[in-house]
Structures are given as C-alpha cells and as structure tokens.
Design a protein around this ligand. Structure first.
Ligand code: GLN
Length: 542
C-alpha cells in the first residue's frame, strides 16, 4: 500500500507548494521509489479547461486528455513521468460524480451530505492514485482557512483512520515574511495558520517556511515550539533563482530523509541527481543571451504560457544560452509596426490561444517572420495563423480569410474539425490528449525528431483543411507530419525559410529539464545560428 504526504498551504497563496511537492517527488523518485503526485483543487469547475488563462494561468493537458492545473506540468517536469487526469481532482469532479450516483439511486435512500459522501469520494480518488505506488504526494490547492478547502482538509484528516496515521505525513507550507521596518522575519502568521489546521484536527508533521531570507535555527526552534513540531522537521524554502534548484536546497536540509524516516521507509542510497546537477550547473553559467518574442494573447500574465517558457529555457540550457522571453501582445501588432515591435528579437514563438482576439496581429507576425526569414515556431494557434498568412499572401486565396469562425465558408484553410462542427460545448468539442503523428521522410521535423512516428498532446477544435495540401506543398509549405488515425495535418514547414515550423500539437508539455523537446532545441539552435550569421556579416562589413 502507498504511503501519503499531504501538502497544505498557509498564510498566502503562490507559496510554491507545487514546487515543494514536485521537488520531494523528484528526490524520492531518484532514490528509486515509485512516486505519484496529485492535485486536489477546491474550485467548482469540473476541470481547468473552461478557465481563462487570465485567472488561472496555463491549462496543462495530460496524455489522456485531461485539462488540468498548471501544477501538473511542474509535477511531470520534475518527476519526469506522464501522469494522468486522475491525478487532478476538483470540487466540480467530486460533486458531479456524487450527484450522478445520487440520481442513479446509488445511495440507497440516504441523505447525501458533505460528510461522509463528499469526503469519501475525495478519499476514494486519493486511494486510487496510490495503486502500485510507494509514495503519493497530494497537494491541496488554496490556503488553509478557505471555505471551499474545508471538505478536502476533512477528507485528509479522516484518511488517517482509513490507512493508519503512521502511513501519512502532513506537510504545511507557510510564509515567514520579512518585515523591513524591524528588520526581522516573523513567525506569527505561521503559528496562526498551523492553529487553523489544528482546529480542523490536523497536526502538521513537517513545516516548510517560504521566506526571502535564511530561516535560522532560533526561528525554526520557535516555530517548532509553537506548532508542536520538532525543529528538525521545520525546513526553509528560501527564494531561489531557479525552481530547479529547490530539490537541492531541500535535500541539503535532509527534507527527503526526514520524510522517509517519518513514514518508516528505508533510506538506502542517495538520490541520483547527477543529470540535474549538470543541468543546474549549466543554468548558472550561461553567458550568451537570446531574445525570443512570445506573441500571444495573455502576455501580461506570467503563468499563461508557463510550459512554453519552461520548454524554451530547457532548450536554451541545452544549447548553452540564456533565454530572454519578450512578451508581445498580439493585438499591439495590429496597430503598431511589426518591424518596430519585433526589432532585435532573435526568433519568434506564437503559442496557443482561443478566440479571435489578437489573431490578426499573429498573422502579421507570421508574415514578418516569413518575409524577414526570422526563425518562427507556431504552436497550435501559432501554426494556424502561419497557414492563414501563407494562404493570403503567398497563395492569394480569398477563402483564406480564413479561420472558419471569421467567415462562414466551407473552404476556409483553417476549419472546424468535421466531427466537432455541431458540438456547442467547448470542452467536449476539443481534440484533447495524445495522438500519433507520422513524420514525412526527408522533412526537417523527421530529422529533428530522428523518429518515424511521434506522439504529442493536443488541445484544439480547428484544423488544417486538407483540400489545400497540394496547393500549399507546391509553393513550399510542406506537410511534415500527419496523424495516421484521423488524417489531420500535424506539422507544416515553410521550406523557403531557414526555420519556420508550425505544429498543431503542444510540444511544450513534453519538454523536461534534462530532456528538452527536440523541436524547441532545434528552434533555439536555429536562432543562435541566425544570430551568429548576422554578427559575422556585421564584422565582415566593418
Ligand atoms: N483556437 C484554436 C483551435 O481551437 C487553437 C487552439 C490552441 O491554440 N490551443 O483550434
């Protein structure tokens, strides 16, 4: 049976509970344990698919097509394993299944209540994730004290009766703020939030203190005393220059060995972190910088393109360059000159997005990249706008006006996928999750991947209209990848340009720190080559 570490958060949100959970997962997995991580989110949406990136940041898509919280992306990148939709649990999901069972008469006339029916449903889902695992790390979204988080806290409290207290650890991540006026770190908010947890009946075993500065032994002693925790079980999570440093910081304090000891699990070897160490070393020694424009719709939100940013940084490290991402609001390109907005960028990424806002600005971006031969990487919507641009400006197509939602034409080059045409509900009408893609022999992509067939994750409703394949190919926009099951065009390559590739899928979800995604890696390599070339030319003109 799996053992469980429940991670709660206190004082404020955005403390890095997800990174703490993911870091622990990394350390335990690299000690050879079978680890899984899950997120329990107290919002009422059934999944994150219907949430605006403005409110909730990126929607992360799992291999089995679940639209989840961005923390699942951290989990996958850190434990380097594909996790499934079952690892993301929301209040919406819990209530939907309880209400469905009630309607089907599954409760035999009982009054259906939060306790025990909702709390049991939560526990059942937590138990399921533990199948064939040694340790499950379960993060509770939100902050202790939130009304909507209560059923989850109650469920994890009861869970100790279900599997035995000795098989559970409660880890509370809290803020230890620095008060500039007195020049001190303060423990009072931590004391209060632990009290709040205790009021619900949960005594934390471990406390992780997020702080701007070093939380010294005296402070840890004090927190231990007030919170009834051994000072050895109080850890510091000081602000770090990279999230990938956090596992090392925690390990240095013996966080993982304490967890194992407390759970009664063997501590045999050290975690094998060699490749991560090398990755971190490279990260800290990068000198050259590359500027990549990210032309999207939600550029003012830091987390809206989290996985794209991460994938770019992984690829940068693999190529020995620091990536500076320049967010550019797509709408701005509609009113300002692209040559001004995109001056001095080494390459351009147009990421995914939904709705029409900003699409025209993205089309202009694709045109600018094509005409100036700037490396261009279009992801999902970014591929679609490159197709539209090519259709309009190279092929001179009228219908290229061109997303079907703009003009009701059957012949739009980017059209709604056949089987999805009549489905109104956004969630149900999307093509979600992993699908295979055959790579065309001789294409750039097949060389980059060095594979014949790949699997990538999707989240879209529109697709390339296959009636245009010949016309595009004749003018140099090659189809480099096609889904063998549905026939969808998955990859386009503009062979007139040095590096202009669009993909219908989301490669960013598969990039890992020590295993950067091949397309991102090659895209960055192309940007470096272009930059070096330009510098050489400048030199020779002097
Ligand atoms: N809105 C486009 C579609 O539905 C693109 C989706 C995306 O970029 N994820 O196909």
């Amino acid at each position: 049976m799996a053992k469980y570490v429940f991670v709660t958060g206190g004082v404020v949100s955005s403390l890095g509970k997800g990174i703490t959970s993911a870091s622990l997962g990394t350390l335990l997995k690299r000690r050879g344990f079978k680890v899984s991580i899950m997120k329990l989110d107290p919002y009422i949406n059934v999944d994150a698919g219907t949430m605006s990136p403005f409110q909730h940041g990126e929607v992360f898509v799992t291999w089995d097509g679940a639209e989840t919280d961005l923390d699942l992306g951290h989990y996958e990148r850190f434990i380097d394993e594909n996790i499934s939709g079952a690892n993301s649990c929301t209040t919406g999901k819990i209530y939907s299944s309880v209400i469905l069972r009630e309607r089907e008469g599954g409760y035999n006339g009982e009054t259906v209540q939060v306790i025990p029916h909702i709390t049991n449903e939560i526990q059942d889902r937590i138990l399921k994730v533990g199948k064939n695992k040694d340790v499950v790390i379960a993060e509770i979204g939100g902050t202790v004290g939130d009304i909507e988080g209560l059923p989850y806290l109650e469920a994890i409290r009861q869970f100790s009766r279900r599997i035995g207290r000795e098989n559970i650890l409660y880890c509370h991540v809290t803020l230890v703020p620095y008060i500039a006026a007195s020049g001190e770190l303060k423990t009072k908010p931590t004391q209060h939030s632990v009290n709040e947890l205790r009021r619900i009946g949960i005594q934390p075993d471990l406390i992780v203190c997020r702080s701007q500065y070093h939380v010294n032994a005296d402070l840890r002693e004090k927190i231990g005393l007030f919170c009834t925790v051994s000072p050895d079980c109080v850890f510091e999570a000081k602000d770090s220059n990279s999230i990938y440093q956090v596992p090392f910081d925690l390990k240095e304090q013996g966080f993982d060995t304490t967890v194992l000891k407390e759970l009664g699990l063997p501590i045999s070897s050290e975690p094998d972190m060699e490749d991560w160490k090398e990755f971190s070393r490279r990260f800290n020694t990068l000198e050259k910088e590359l500027t990549i424009a990210l032309v999207g719709k939600y550029t003012e939100i830091k987390d809206a393109y989290l996985s794209v940013n991460e994938a770019l940084s992984h690829a940068g490290i693999a190529n020995g360059v620091k990536i500076k991402v320049l967010p550019v609001a797509a709408e701005d390109l509609e009113t300002k000159d692209p040559a001004t907005l995109l001056a001095n960028v080494d390459a351009i990424v147009v990421p995914g997005g939904f709705g029409l806002r900003g699409v025209e600005g993205m089309v202009l971006t694709a045109q600018y990249a094509r005409e100036n031969d700037i490396p261009y990487f279009g992801i999902c919507l970014g591929m679609q706008v490159a197709v539209i641009e090519f259709a309009r400006n190279v092929l001179g197509l009228d219908e290229a006006n061109s997303l079907e939602m703009v003009e009701e034409t059957e012949h739009a080059v980017i059209c709604l996928m056949g089987e999805h045409k009549n489905i109104a509900n956004l969630g149900e009408s999307s093509r979600l999750g992993e699908y295979p893609c055959n790579l065309v022999t001789g294409s750039k992509s097949s060389a980059i991947y060095d594979e014949k067939m790949i699997n990538e994750r999707h989240r879209h409703r529109f697709e390339f209209n296959n009636e245009y394949i010949d016309m595009f190919e004749k003018s140099g926009m090659k189809i480099a990848g096609v889904c063998p099951t549905g026939g969808q065009v998955e990859i386009i390559e503009n062979t007139n340009n040095a590096w202009m590739i669009g993909v219908q899928f989301h490669p960013e979800f598969l990039s890992r720190p020590v295993r950067p995604h091949p397309l991102f890696r090659d895209f960055i390599a192309a940007a470096i080559a272009k930059k070096n070339n330009a510098e050489d030319n400048k030199e020779s003109k002097r």
